[in-house]
Ligand binder design. Structure first.
Ligand SMILES: C[S@@+](CC[C@H](N)C(=O)[O-])C[C@H]1O[C@@H](n2cnc3c(N)ncnc32)[C@H](O)[C@@H]1O
Length: 394
C-alpha cells in the first residue's frame, strides 16, 4: 500500500515538473508577426456571435452558454454484443429515449403544414403518401435524464472483443431515425466516418445492403476500426456491407437511381468543436478558403446523394452546425439543381411528427421553415444537429 502511495506521489511530481519545463516544439515557434493573434476558438465564437445573433434571435444567448459547456452523450446499444447492457445502464439512472418517445399524435399538424409549404420555395409534403415513420425497435440509445450531467463509463469488450455501446451525441441518432429504414432496404451513407450514424443504421438489423463511404482515407480507416469493435467478423466480411473511400460529390457518376435510403451527413463548421478545441479547427486562419467553400461542397454532396437515391427513395441531409447557409440554403440550392439539371422532383418531408415524439429529450428550434434542428440547452446539452428529409418523386 505504502509503495503504491509512493509511486503515485512520484508520478504527480513528475507531472508537476513537466508543467514547469517548457515544451519542446518540433517546429520553431512562429515569428510574432505571422503568429495568429487570436486562437481559432475565439475566431469561431466571434463569427457565431455575429451570425447566430440575428439568425436565432433571443435563443442565441442560452444556446451560446450551452455550446461552451460540457456536451451530453448518449449510449447507442450494440445489438451484436453478447451481454445485456440495458439493465446495467438503466440501473445507473439512464433511459432509452427512443423507447420512451411520446407517441401521442400532434394536434393540428396537417393544418400547420400548409402554412409551412406556402413560405417555402421548395414543396413540403404532409407525409400522407409516404410510408409512415416507424421507429426501428432495434435502435436503442440511452441518456441520463434532463439536468443530469453524469458521464458514461467507457464500454468494455466482451469475449469476442466487441463493445456494448457507442458514445455519441444522442441527437445524432435522429437523422438515422428520420431515414425510416424498412426491411431489405439498400442504404448509402455518403460521408460515413468515423461511423456513429452507420452503426445506428446497422442496429436496425433490417438492411438489405449498406455502403459506407468517406473520401478521407485516414477517417475511413477509423470507420473500419469502429466497425471491427462493434460488428462481428462474419457480418463484416458479408457482401451486404461495403466500405468505400470515394469523393462523394462524384457518386452520381458511380451509381445512380440505386438506393432506397441515402444519408448525407456532410462536413460542416462543427460548431461545438469549433468553439471548444483549437486542434483541427476550421476557423484557423489558413483554413478560411476551405470554410468558405463548405456550402458549395455540401450542395454537391447532397445533389450526389439525391442522384444516388432511386425514384421513391428518401434522403436525409444532416449537419452539426446552426448555420442557415450550411443548412436550409444548401437544401434549397440542391433541390433547385436536381430539378433544373436532372429533372428530378423532390418533396421536403415534414419531420414534425419526429420532433414531437422527442420534444422531452431535445430542444428543437420552433417553426424552422425548412428541416428541423436540435439546439444545445444547459438542461439537455445535445446538438446542434440539423436534419432535412427529401422524398425523391421522379
Ligand atoms: C460530419 S462527418 C461524418 C460523420 C459520420 N456520419 C458519423 O456519424 O460518424 C463528415 C465526413 O465527411 C467526409 N467528407 C468530406 N468531404 C467528402 C467528400 N467529398 N466525399 C465524401 N466524404 C467527405 C469527412 O471526411 C468526414 O468524415
Amino acid at each position: 500500500m505504502a509503495l503504491l502511495m509512493d509511486s503515485r506521489l512520484l508520478l504527480r511530481k513528475i507531472k508537476d515538473l513537466r508543467n514547469l519545463t517548457p515544451k519542446r516544439y518540433r517546429v520553431k515557434e512562429k515569428w510574432a508577426t505571422t503568429r495568429a493573434k487570436y486562437p481559432s476558438t475565439t475566431l469561431a465564437l466571434r463569427h457565431f456571435d455575429s451570425t447566430y445573433d440575428s439568425q436565432l434571435g433571443k435563443l442565441w444567448p442560452s444556446v451560446r452558454v450551452a455550446l461552451l459547456s460540457e456536451r451530453k452523450y448518449g449510449a447507442l446499444l450494440n445489438n451484436f454484443f453478447q451481454h445485456a447492457c440495458l439493465e446495467d445502464l438503466e440501473s445507473q439512472g439512464c433511459h432509452d429515449f427512443i423507447r420512451d418517445a411520446d407517441n401521442e399524435v400532434q394536434p393540428s399538424l396537417e393544418q400547420e403544414s400548409g402554412v409551412v409549404a406556402e413560405k417555402e420555395s421548395v414543396c413540403v409534403s404532409d407525409n400522407q403518401l409516404l410510408s409512415p415513420l416507424q421507429l426501428s425497435p432495434n435502435i436503442k440509445c440511452l441518456v441520463f435524464p434532463r439536468g443530469n450531467i453524469s458521464r458514461f463509463k467507457p464500454a468494455r469488450p466482451d469475449k469476442f472483443g466487441l463493445l456494448g455501446y457507442y458514445l455519441m451525441d444522442a441527437a445524432s441518432v435522429l437523422p438515422c431515425l428520420a431515414l425510416n429504414i424498412q426491411e431489405g432496404h439498400n442504404v448509402l451513407d455518403l460521408c460515413a466516418a468515423p461511423g456513429g450514424k452507420s452503426l445506428a443504421l446497422l442496429q436496425t438489423l433490417s438492411l438489405g445492403f449498406m455502403c459506407m463511404n468517406d473520401s478521407s482515407v485516414s477517417r475511413t480507416m477509423r470507420l473500419k476500426r469502429v466497425l471491427k469493435s462493434y460488428v462481428p467478423k462474419e457480418r463484416l466480411s458479408d457482401e451486404k456491407l461495403r466500405v468505400t473511400s470515394f469523393d462523394g460529390t462524384m457518386w452520381g457518376e458511380i451509381e445512380r437511381n440505386t438506393f432506397d435510403r441515402v444519408l448525407v451527413d456532410v462536413p460542416c463548421t462543427t460548431d461545438r468543436h469549433s468553439v471548444m478545441e483549437d486542434d483541427n479547427n476550421i476557423f484557423k486562419k489558413n483554413r478560411v478558403g476551405e470554410r468558405r467553400r463548405l456550402p458549395q461542397l455540401q450542395t454537391e454532396l447532397l445533389l450526389a446523394g439525391i442522384l444516388a437515391a432511386c425514384p421513391g427513395g428518401e434522403i436525409v441531409y444532416s449537419t452539426c452546425t446552426l448555420s442557415q447557409l450550411q443548412n436550409q440554403s444548401v437544401v434549397e440550392q440542391a433541390v433547385h439543381l436536381a430539378h433544373e439539371n436532372h429533372g428530378i422532383q423532390l418533396q421536403v418531408v415534414d419531420l414534425r411528427p419526429l420532433t414531437h415524439m422527442f420534444r422531452k429529450t431535445f430542444h428543437f428550434v420552433p417553426d424552422l421553415p425548412l428541416g428541423e434542428m436540435v439546439i444545445p440547452h444547459l438542461a439537455a446539452n445535445f446538438g446542434p444537429i440539423y436534419m432535412c428529409k427529401l422524398w425523391r418523386l421522379t
